[in-house]
Design a binder for this molecule. Structure first.
Ligand code: KG4
Ligand code: ZN
Length: 339
């Protein structure tokens, strides 16, 4: 079964064709990242306009690279939530038009479920497993009980890990996205040079909080500026990255130990982070747990992961009508149709 995936939730306009949820036949991504760098973050209106310009060409290219026409496609999977609303609407409306014109079923896909599926196209991993999802907008620990059955165990109370990395990077004067820049320069720094307090979260023992850490970095930079002191940016970046990664892996390890789960999966843009990858590898090796990491090319936003998840949603009967809408927020454990 061949699924055409469409993704436009942020600044990537992407289309892919995936066979049986696992085999990537094509994966085309056009990004407006360079334009957003000028502003130090994604400008929603610019992202929407670039989606509108690129989407037809990107879809055509994905079909061509997969050696397909629409008659070969069994369903169209599209990201409908969560994300930038204007950006999502471009993908959703394009997918609706294409589905209507070609009489093809339309499958709504949750973006974060898609990130989890980046592992289905990177390895043969199958649910159930425990998943740490870390992106620009989300930080979750989720029990993936089945392809379309999720239990949220831990979540961020404030900023997502990627958002905190991006904002800290900006304060340090690094290029957007800060997460990528911090990862790049951290090997040149001493990760023990700056000590950041471990955030305390009351209530759930598995929840995260990153806004305090972010504020601590901002204060460190501003205090140094006021005193005329020079900050060692690689040291600060490496120390901040270590604090963020420690928070993520401490909670992940705690959940896995307490629940006796030994199959661990990482997903989302921040799963490309080299410190997060090496630290989870170490932890899983120590405990004898099996770890799955997405291939680097599938860590960031792409449509192959949406087509992969779309396959499993389609098998479950998650099909949308002509009234499909886009949503800026949506819990991962809420299904489109069945809830
Ligand atoms: O999943 P994603 O591409 O978009 C969202 O769904 O949010 O994630 C983007 C986030 C950004 O915050 C970016 O800084 C972060 O992923 N990111 C990284 C790395 N690559 C991307 N953070 C740390 N290290 C990286 N290598
Ligand atoms: Zn994403």
């Amino acid at each position: 079964m061949k699924i055409l995936g469409i993704e436009s939730s942020c600044d990537e306009t992407a289309c892919a064709v995936v066979e049986d949820g696992r085999k990537v036949l094509s994966n085309v991504v056009a990004t407006s990242l360079e334009e957003h760098k000028l502003y130090g973050g994604v400008v929603p209106e610019i992202a929407s306009r670039r989606h509108a310009e690129s989407i037809s060409g990107v879809v055509r290219e994905a079909l061509e690279q997969a050696n397909c026409t629409m008659t070969d496609i069994d369903a169209i999977a599209v990201t409908y939530a969560p994300g930038l609303i204007g950006a999502l609407l471009v993908g959703v409306n394009f997918a609706k038009g294409l589905a209507l014109a070609t009489d093809t079923p339309l499958v709504p896909v949750h973006h974060i479920r898609g990130h989890i599926a980046s592992n289905y196209i990177s390895s043969d991993v199958k649910p159930p497993f425990l998943c740490l999802i870390v992106s620009g907008g989300h930080s979750h620990i989720v029990a993936v009980k089945d392809y379309t059955d999720f239990e949220i165990i831990g979540r961020t109370r404030d900023d997502a890990a990627g958002e905190a990395l991006d904002k800290a990077g900006r304060t340090m004067g690094l290029e957007y996205p800060g997460g990528v820049s911090i990862d790049k320069i951290s090997p040149n720094g001493n990760e023990n040079a700056y000590k950041f307090p471990k955030p305390k979260v009351t209530g759930s023992p598995y929840d995260f909080s990153f806004s305090g850490l972010k504020t601590a970095v901002i204060n460190a930079v501003h205090n140094a500026e006021q005193k005329g002191e020079k900050i060692n940016i690689p040291d600060l970046a490496a120390s901040f990255q270590k604090s963020v990664v420690d928070c993520l892996t401490d909670n992940l390890e705690k959940v896995a130990k307490e629940r006796g789960l030994d199959k661990i999966v990482i997903a989302g843009g921040v799963s490309a982070n080299s410190k997060l990858r090496s630290q989870t590898q170490k932890i899983c090796k120590n405990h004898g747990w099996k770890l799955y990491l997405p291939e680097l090319k599938y860590c960031g936003d792409n449509a192959a992961m949406i087509a992969s998840q779309g396959y499993y949603e389609f098998l479950k009967g998650e099909i949308a009508g002509e009234n499909l809408n886009a949503y800026a927020t949506m819990p991962i454990d809420k299904s489109y149709k069945t809830d």
